[in-house]
Every structure is written in C-alpha cells, then in structure tokens.
Design a protein around this ligand. Structure first.
Ligand SMILES: C[S@@+](CC[C@H](N)C(=O)[O-])C[C@H]1O[C@@H](n2cnc3c(N)ncnc32)[C@H](O)[C@@H]1O
Length: 218
C-alpha cells in the first residue's frame, strides 16, 4: 500500500476497534513513513510551545503518544516524567522502544480515562484530536486529570476546529471557567512533503482551579 493510501485507509476506519487494528498494523512503518514520506513536523512544533510553559520536572501525559515521537523530543529537552497513552497496543509497543516513557497505558480519548483527578501537570496531544480519532468531548476528561494551573497543549487542523465541534467545545469550556486560552499558533504545514494542503495550529490552554459556580453544585 502506498503511503498516501495508508493515511486514507486509517481515516476510513469505521470505529475505534478498526482504528486501533489499523494503527497496530502501521506501527512498524509509521516513523519512516511520517519522516521520509511526509516530513512530519507536528511533534517538533508542539514541543516548541510546550517548553515555553511546562517545567522540566512536570508529570506529563502524552495523549495519543503513538510511536513516541513527541516523547523522544521532550526527553531531548530534559523532561523525564513522561507517560504514554494510546488506543493502539502496537503503537505503544513501538513507543516503548524509544526508552523515554515511564508508563504505557492503552486507553481511548473520548471515553472515561482511568486516571485520578488532577494526576498530571501537563498534557500534550499531537495529531490525535481530529475527525475519526479523538472527538472534542475528549477535553472533559483531559481537563479532569490535569491539575489546576497545569497545561493542555495540542495540535488541531483549522478546518476541524471550525467544522467539527472543537470551536464550540473549546469556547464552552472556557466560558465554564475550566481553562483559559494562553496562545494559539499561526497555521503551519505539518506534512510539508506529502500533504502540503494540510494545516495545523498548536493550542495552549491552562487549566483553572475553580469550577463554574453554576455547574459546581450539580
Ligand atoms: C497520527 S498518530 C500521532 C502519534 C503521535 N502523537 C505523533 O505525533 O506522531 C495518531 C495516534 O492517535 C491514536 N489515537 C487515535 N484515536 C485515539 C483515541 N480516541 N484515543 C487514544 N488514542 C487515539 C492512534 O492510535 C495513533 O497512535
């Protein structure tokens, strides 16, 4: 299968089970395909923003860690307390080989996550929050497991932001006082070699301590 067909094949998955199976199958070739085929810049750009805000001793969840490209870059920057979470067992097995994460958890964004409230100082998620992968509703659990004053930093396609419920969700969460927008990057081409028409932005949010008094009682 050609590299471009493989991306279509991933996106045509009918449910999370099929998506996980397809990522399992792709896991061994993922790094080579993304690097040589697409010139994948998502992890690098997200980490550039991450290091501006998150101290080196932070406990960090890489949500949708995949083969660990983000963890590898964070480790190079001096971060050591890294936890990898992903839907695909095969991708997590590849991430394990990078030797930069302390723990590996197979979980699904968009469902309840098996982490205690306020477990992490920061969450990073690159190439995961998108159509057919993790929905906008994933933010509820990501916010719950991030301590107040922590950071949630992620990449998102601008068209997905506008058209797939992310804008509404991000605004509603901010209006409810659960996080505040710190910055959003310029749009950039994360796949300059293979898919130059695709754009991403990096979003940086800080979680807030107090719950909205209107919703806190319920
Ligand atoms: C395009 S890859 C990105 C991997 C890595 N973050 C990177 O930047 O290379 C998307 C990853 O998200 C995972 N994924 C997709 N939907 C998910 C979900 N709902 N919950 C958790 N992981 C998911 C896939 O298994 C895959 O490893």
């Amino acid at each position: 299968m050609e590299r471009h067909e493989r991306v279509q094949w991933i996106y045509s998955s009918r449910d999370n089970k099929e998506l996980a199976e397809r990522y399992d199958l792709w896991s061994r070739d993922y790094d080579t395909d993304l690097d040589e085929g697409f010139g994948w810049l998502g992890p690098q750009r997200a980490v550039e923003y991450f290091i501006k805000y998150v101290p080196k001793d932070a406990r960090i969840l890489d949500a949708g860690a995949g083969t660990g490209l983000v963890g590898e870059l964070l480790a190079k920057q001096g971060y050591t307390n890294l936890i990898a979470m992903d839907l695909s067992k095969g991708m997590l097995e590849e991430a394990r080989k990078k030797k930069v994460y302390r723990e590996f958890h197979q979980m699904v964004l968009g469902e309840k996550l098996d982490y205690a409230t306020d477990s992490f100082d920061a969450i990073i998620s690159v190439g995961v929050l998108t159509v057919g992968h993790a929905p906008a509703s994933s933010f509820d659990e990501l916010i719950r497991i991030t301590r107040p004053g922590g950071y949630i930093i992620f990449s998102l396609r601008p068209d997905v932001y506008r058209e797939s419920g992310f804008r509404e969700k991000q605004d509603n969460v901010e209006a409810a006082g659960k996080w505040k927008l710190v910055e959003a990057s310029e749009e950039f081409q994360p796949l300059p070699k293979g898919e130059p028409d695709v754009y991403h932005q990096i979003w940086v949010y800080q979680t807030l301590g107090k719950r909205n008094p209107d919703t806190a009682a319920s």
